[in-house]
Design a protein around this ligand. Structure first.
Ligand code: BGC
Length: 754
């Protein structure tokens, strides 16, 4: 009898036969793209779950203001929170992530954001300082280290870089900026984004999402008062304030943050011109935009909406995607979607961009991949990180004065008085936005100099940064009397610069000037260290001191870095990223100003020209200025051809010679002036810079390329392009260089809008 196989057996044989085909098919099918995964997830989400992705709360471990009092856990469990800020550390982030992922219906992971502005645990110099290095490679490396440390502590997203142009040192947030210049600011923006995000593939756990902030013109706050109104022309906006944002976008920045201020009458958080037309329309930005802390809610105070419902509608429809601590989108967006006042497409665009960021970070594959306590333990304050922090800090030092070569100092066998409130101030020297700082990690100037001079170091605090107390003066006098030289470490404490720290006086506060006068009476040479988050006025005290070194707030390794510079172990090469004013009355002060119709007297003694009657108009120290322990001489500038034509390039060269006795680095700067335009043009604009190293006596030819597109601007009719005419070029050590040549640009043509 022929036995037929049982149906079970048949099924099994079929499965055995088909299995390899099934596996092969699986192998052949490409993994779904991020877009496909986002679309699939969106199709499974309820309206409430979608709106939840737009919501960001702060944990109680808050650094910026009052944290949300509401208990977030029920919302996390319902999948109605997209992101948290200020949840810090591998264990903490894991705890929060677990609630979101394990309890919510769709298991969507949270995104953890934090202000990692100049480092996480290893603190680098403040951004204004690192911009003074003009060293893009090292700035990028520092942000990579910041990302490595933050990512090891569970952070996915930093609210940096701040790319606001800052031309007013009354504004405390100048400390977080790269200074006054659009070209330098754009280069720094690119370097910082690359440092945080790498190539943007987020394959490993050493990169975090970056955020270009504060969009836009936040630094143009009237009278330098933080959060205050800005009202710049569209031309100025596009020419000065937007290019660093554009540079960040081109470098692939994942997110933007809308600014607090109103701009030409519309708050930036509800500004369709900025968020929709420029950012998404003109620039093609595909990421998402987060509000600033409470900035949607603040539309009421701006007088732009009557209530928070209205604020939610206006901000969301303008193009803002995520609500940072406003309580606006969570309660109100769904209702507007149901009423048809917010389109489904707009909602899906915002939610889709947030989900895409989470997919790109690999959080759907492993929501805990950044929460690794062992990695955190191994990586924070790693010796290589500290070494880089020291290196960047010494490269950020700007030497403004060095009378009779009082610096460098002998590295031993010298009696040194170290005086001042910043000399041994572990938190103050780190400066604003210090993330996970621990004061005990900081190496102060006192600690570093004690290593060198031992018992020959005479330290006295002298006074505080604020207040009337002069009781420490006697000890300071005694220290000076016992020493060969005095180092005065003066400046600002940690609360005097950064957010909401605008000042009407740029003087050294408290009794610091009196202390310096007291030290001057001791008759010893004085080296002044300016350890601050902004330029402080030097005009009156400059004659009292022999040398001025500006380390700004130099971070964790500031002490050894300053010691390296003071003793000449490192020859300073930093250059100012801001014009240093003589008085508050001069600000805003920047080198790329217009010429005006009366730049100088028409005839001798004529008083009717653009000037002050009680001060020169020029800065105390110009943009780009900084000395070295050697001297550089510039000469023989030339252009490769008298004429530049459409499609061509021109090479501008000059010779730089190290005329001193020691090797040194120099930041060679290249400026251009457009002599005649359909609108008035700046007296000069930075168009290039190079850092070169020259041995004593060595000379080198340095060259810069120029194409017509580099000369484009927003013309009278608001088209973007260049205009034919005569141009001057300058190569030199700062913005006042007089080494100049000229060329003619021929044939007008429009180029792609900047
Ligand atoms: C600041 C932002 C910061 C945010 C979150 C705000 O007050 O303006 O720069 O990212 O707080 O801490």
């Amino acid at each position: 009898m022929t036995a037929f196989p049982s149906p079970m057996r048949l099924l099994r044989s079929a499965l055995v036969l088909l299995f390899p085909l099934f596996v092969a098919a699986l192998r052949a099918a490409p993994a779904p793209s991020v877009d496909e995964r986002v679309r699939d997830l969106l199709s499974r989400m309820t309206l409430e779950e979608k709106v939840g992705q737009l919501v960001q709360y702060s944990s109680r471990e808050d650094m910026t203001g009052p944290a949300s009092e509401s208990s977030v856990t029920p919302q996390l469990e319902k999948g109605e929170v997209g992101s948290m800020l200020n949840v810090i550390g591998a264990a903490e982030t894991r705890r929060w992530q677990k609630i979101a992922v394990e309890h919510s219906r769709l298991h969507i992971p949270l995104l953890f954001g934090l202000d990692v502005i100049h480092g996480y645990r290893t603190l680098f110099p403040i951004p204004l300082a690192s911009a003074s290095s003009w060293d893009m490679a090292r700035i990028e490396q520092a942000e990579h280290v910041a990302a490595i440390e933050a990512a090891a502590a569970g952070i996915h997203w930093t609210f940096a870089p701040m790319v606001d142009i800052a031309r007013d040192p009354r504004w405390g947030r100048i400390a977080e900026s790269a200074g006054e210049d659009t070209f330098l600011g754009s280069a720094v923006a690119r370097a910082r984004v690359r440092g945080f995000q790498g190539d943007g593939s987020f394959g490993g756990t050493d990169r975090v999402l970056a955020c270009a902030k504060h969009f836009a013109a936040y630094g143009a706050a009237q009278a330098g008062r933080d959060y205050f109104t800005t009202d710049v022309t569209e031309r100025q906006l596009r020419e000065v304030y937007l290019p660093p944002f554009r540079a960040a976008k081109e470098a692939g920045v994942a997110t933007f943050m809308a600014a607090f201020n109103d701009l030409d009458g519309t708050p930036c958080s509800s500004n369709p011109f900025l968020l929709d037309r420029v950012l998404r329309g003109e620039w093609g930005f595909k990421g998402f935009v987060v509000s600033d802390w409470g900035s949607i809610e603040e539309l009421r105070a701006h007088g732009n909406v009557a209530d928070i419902r209205d604020a939610a509608l206006k901000a969301f429809n303008a193009g803002l995607d995520m609500d940072m601590e406003n309580g606006a989108f969570g309660p109100h967006v769904a209702e507007f979607v149901r009423a048809g006042k917010i389109s489904q497409a707009r909602l899906d665009q915002a939610v889709g961009a947030i989900l895409a960021a989470k997919f790109r970070l690999g959080l759907f594959d492993d929501p805990y991949r950044f929460c690794d306590e062992a990695r955190q333990e191994a990586l924070l304050l790693n010796p290589q990180h500290l070494e880089l922090a020291r290196d960047l800090a010494r490269r950020s030092c700007v030497l403004l004065k060095n009378k009779l070569d009082v610096l460098p100092l002998k590295a031993s066998g010298l009696k040194v008085a170290l005086v001042g409130p910043l000399a041994d101030a572990p938190l103050d020297q780190v400066g604003t936005w210090h993330a996970k700082v621990d004061k005990k990690d900081t190496v102060t100037v006192r600690a570093a100099l004690a290593q060198l001079y031992g018992a020959d170091l005479h330290y006295a605090r002298g006074c505080e940064t604020q207040g009337d107390d002069r009781s420490g003066f006697a000890a300071a006098r005694a220290a000076a009397a016992a020493s060969d030289i005095v180092i005065a470490a003066l400046g600002e404490d940690v609360f005097q610069s950064g957010e909401s720290t605008s000042r009407t006086s740029l003087d050294f506060s408290g009794q610091q000037i009196a202390l310096l006068e007291e030290l001057h009476r001791a008759g010893k040479p004085i080296v002044l260290l300016v350890m601050a988050g902004r330029p402080l006025l030097l005009e009156k005290i400059e004659p009292l001191v022999d040398a001025i070194l500006v380390p700004w707030h130099p971070g964790t390794m500031g002490g050894p870095a300053i010691a390296d510079v003071l003793t000449g172990a490192h020859n300073p090469a930093g250059k100012l990223p801001v014009s240093w004013p003589r008085s508050v009355g001069q600000v805003p002060l920047f080198y790329a100003h217009k010429n005006s119709g009366r730049p100088e007297p028409l005839k001798p003694k004529d008083p009717y020209f653009s000037r002050y009657i009680d001060s020169p108009s020029t800065p105390q120290y110009p943009f780009g200025f900084g000395l070295s322990y050697t001297t550089f001489v510039y000469d023989r500038i030339r252009v490769s051809a008298p004429t530049l034509r459409d499609g061509g390039t021109l090479t501008v060269t000059a010779w730089v010679r190290n005329a001193g006795k020691r090797a040194g680095e120099e930041i060679v700067q290249f400026y251009v002036r457009d002599r005649v335009g359909s609108v008035t043009r700046p007296v000069r604009e930075l168009k290039g810079f190079q850092k070169i190293e020259l041995a004593a006596g060595e000379a080198r030819e340095v060259s810069f390329q120029l194409a017509p597109a580099d000369l484009a601007f927003w013309r009278a009719d608001m088209s973007f392009g260049w205009e034919p005419g005569d141009f001057d070029v300058f190569i030199g050590p700062d913005a006042t260089s007089t080494l100049t040549a000229s060329f003619k640009l021929e044939e007008a043509s429009a180029v792609a809008a900047n």
